[in-house]
Design a protein around this ligand. Structure first.
Ligand SMILES: Nc1ncnc2c1ncn2[C@@H]1O[C@H](COP(=O)(O)OP(=O)(O)OP(=O)(O)O)[C@@H](O)[C@H]1O
Ligand SMILES: [Mg+2]
Length: 503
C-alpha cells in the first residue's frame, strides 16, 4: 500500500505524531500492525474505554483510560513502539471542551508528549474520521488521508471471502477472470467492510457468484455512494452528437479522450486535471459535462457541493474529504461540480454569515485540486463570476477555462437540427434558415423549449408541427439574453481576456 510507504517515511524521519483520517478503524489498525511488525515495534491502541492496550502482547496497561495518564505512560515507555489514539479528536475540538474535566490539560500534555517523543523510536497516531487540530498543534502534526481500498485490496477481500465460503459450505466456485475483474472494479469506492458485505450478500443469495451478482454489486455501490449524500453516480446516455456547436471545446475534449490510458503515460503525457465551463445559462454547460463521461468512457460522479455543509463542527470538512476519497477510489473518474458559484458563494470573503466555514471548505477543495495525484478529472460549471472566489480562477487550478457563449447562427442551425430530430421529425422538412434568424440571442435551452411548446400547440389542434409554429413560439419568447443583457455583457467582457471561447 502506497500510504503505508508514506507513513513509513515519516516514522523513519521520526515525526512524533501522524493524524490518520479514515472511517475504517479496523483496516487502518491492521495495516499499522503490519508496519509495526516489519519495523519490529510494539503496537498499542488507546481508547477511552480500554486505556492502553498492546496488540502485540494482547495485554492492557492499567489505569490508562484517562488521556493524561495514558500520555504519561507513553512518555515513560522505553521501547520502540506505535501508539494509536482512538477518538482523540474529542479532546481537541473546542465545542467538546466544556464537557471535559480538564481539556486544556490534555492538550498541554499532548504537546509535552510530542516534545518528549521527538527523536525517539516511538510514534503517536491519532486515528479519526474527523480532522480537527487545535491551532497550537498545527505545526507538529502530519495529516494523512487513508485512502479507500484499491484494486489489489479488493481482490484480496474477494479471494478471502470466496475461500471462506468454499470451505464452510463445501462449494467450488469457478469464476471467469474477466468477470472477476469487473466485480472488483465495481467495488471501487466502497470501504473494506462494505466490500465484504456486498460479496457475502452476492454469494449467499443463491450460492453462486456470476454475472447476475455484478448487477447487485453495482446497484449496491450506487446506493452507498448516494447514501453519503453528496455524490451521485451518473449513468450517461448523452453523447456529443446531441450537442450543437461548441466545436472548439469538443475538439479539446476529443484530443484528450485517450489521456487516461496507459499508452498516454508511456508517451509521457500528464493526466488532464480539469476544466471550468463558464457561460450563459442554458447554452449546454451541463450537457457537455455529461457527454465528456461518455466520450472518455469514464464514470461520472456528480458532486453536490451544497450538501456538504453539515450542522456539526467538523462535519462539512469530513464530508468533503469523504467525497473526494470516493472520487479518488473510483479513479480514473470525472468529478462534476455543477453550478460551483452557488456552492462557494460565501468563500469570496463576501458578507454571507457562514463565510468562515465556506472559505475553509473552499480552501480544502482548492488544495486538493492543486495537489491531487489520483486521476480525477474535475469539471466545474458556473454562469456568473461575481460570486466565484478569485483563487479558483487562477492559472494552474484547471487546465483551461472555457467560455460558453450564446450560440452563433450556424450553431443554432445545428441545435434546431438536433432537437427536431430528437422529436422524431425530419429537419429537412423545416426552414431552418428562417428559424435561425428568428432566434438571434436565444440559448440552446430556449430553442428546445420553443420546439416543445410549438408541438403542444400543434398536438392540441391534432396536426403536425410546421415551421410557422416554431417561428410563432420563438416570437412569443423573450430570451434571457434580453432580460439579462448587462450581466451577460459583463461576463463576455471578462471572458474575452481570461477564457477560451468554446465555439
Ligand atoms: N449546444 C446545445 N446543443 C444542443 N442542445 C442544447 C445546447 N445547449 C443547450 N441545449 C439544450 O438545453 C438544455 C439545457 O442546457 P444545459 O442544462 O446544458 O445548460 P447550462 O449551460 O448548464 O445552463 P445553466 O447555466 O442554467 O445550468 C440541454 O439539456 C439541451 O437539451
Ligand atoms: Mg447547468
Amino acid at each position: 500500500m502506497k500510504i503505508l510507504e508514506d507513513i513509513d517515511i515519516f516514522v523513519k524521519s521520526r515525526y512524533p505524531l501522524l493524524y490518520l483520517v479514515s472511517f475504517e478503524e479496523e483496516r487502518v489498525i491492521t495495516a499499522l500492525s503490519k508496519l509495526a511488525q516489519a519495523s519490529k515495534k510494539e503496537l498499542f491502541i488507546w481508547s477511552a474505554t480500554q486505556g492502553i492496550y498492546s496488540i502485540t502482547r494482547n495485554a492492557a496497561i492499567k489505569d490508562t483510560t484517562n488521556p493524561v495518564n495514558a500520555l504519561e505512560q507513553i512518555i515513560e515507555f522505553k521501547d520502540r513502539a506505535f501508539f494509536v489514539l482512538k477518538d482523540f479528536h474529542y479532546y481537541m475540538e473546542d465545542p467538546f471542551q466544556q464537557y471535559l474535566e480538564n481539556p486544556l490539560q490534555v492538550r498541554r500534555k499532548l504537546r509535552d508528549t510530542l516534545l518528549a517523543l521527538r527523536g525517539s523510536f516511538k510514534t503517536l497516531f491519532i486515528l479519526s474520521s474527523v480532522l480537527h487540530i487545535p491551532r497550537e498543534l498545527e505545526k507538529d502534526i502530519v495529516i494523512m488521508d487513508f485512502p479507500l481500498p484499491d484494486y489489489k485490496d479488493i481482490k484480496e477481500i474477494l479471494e478471502r471471502t470466496l475461500a471462506n465460503v468454499e470451505k464452510h459450505y463445501n462449494l467450488k466456485f469457478d469464476i471467469d477472470e474477466i468477470l472477476k475483474e469487473k466485480m472488483i472494479k465495481a467495488c471501487l469506492g466502497m470501504t473494506a467492510g462494505e466490500v465484504e458485505n456486498v460479496f457475502a450478500k452476492a454469494i449467499v443469495n443463491d450460492r453462486q457468484f456470476d454475472e447476475k451478482d455484478l448487477g447487485l454489486i453495482i446497484s449496491e455501490k450506487k446506493q452507498i455512494i448516494r447514501k453519503a449524500g453528496m455524490l451521485e453516480y451518473f449513468e450517461v446516455h448523452e453523447d456529443f452528437s446531441n450537442v450543437g456547436g461548441l466545436n472548439g471545446l469538443k475538439t479539446w475534449l476529443k484530443k484528450r479522450a485517450g489521456a487516461f490510458s496507459e499508452k498516454a503515460r508511456q508517451y509521457g503525457l500528464p493526466e488532464p486535471k480539469g476544466l471550468l465551463l463558464l457561460g450563459v445559462q442554458g447554452c449546454g454547460k451541463s450537457l457537455v459535462s455529461k457527454c465528456i463521461a461518455s466520450l472518455w468512457r469514464l464514470p461520472l460522479l456528480r458532486f453536490d457541493v451544497g450538501n456538504i455543509f453539515g450542522k456539526y463542527v467538523g462535519e462539512s470538512e469530513e464530508n468533503l474529504r469523504k467525497a473526494l476519497r470516493v472520487a479518488e477510489a473510483l479513479s480514473p473518474t470525472i468529478l462534476w461540480l455543477d453550478e460551483i458559484e452557488k456552492a462557494f458563494a460565501g468563500a469570496g470573503g463576501g458578507s454571507s454569515g457562514d463565510s468562515g466555514l465556506s472559505t475553509r471548505i473552499f480552501g480544502s477543495f482548492i488544495t486538493w485540486l492543486q495537489e491531487k495525484t489520483a486521476p480525477v478529472f474535475v469539471i466545474a460549471t458556473a454562469n456568473s463570476i461575481e460570486n466565484l472566489p478569485p483563487e479558483l480562477l487562477r492559472k494552474g487550478r484547471f487546465d483551461e477555462i472555457f467560455f460558453v457563449d450564446l450560440p452563433t447562427e450556424s450553431e443554432r442551425a445545428a441545435i434546431f437540427n438536433i432537437h427536431i430530430s430528437k422529436r422524431k421529425r425530419d429537419p429537412a422538412a423545416y426552414h431552418i434558415g428562417e428559424l435561425v434568424s428568428l432566434s438571434e440571442g436565444f440559448s440552446g435551452a430556449e430553442i428546445e423549449q420553443a420546439i416543445i411548446s410549438s408541438m403542444y400547440d400543434a398536438f392540441y389542434e391534432n396536426r403536425d408541427i410546421q415551421t410557422s409554429d416554431i417561428a410563432k413560439a420563438l416570437q412569443e419568447t423573450v430570451p434571457l439574453s434580453q432580460t439579462m443583457r448587462e450581466k451577460i455583457d459583463y461576463l463576455r467582457q471578462w471572458a474575452k481576456l481570461r477564457a477560451r471561447p468554446s465555439s
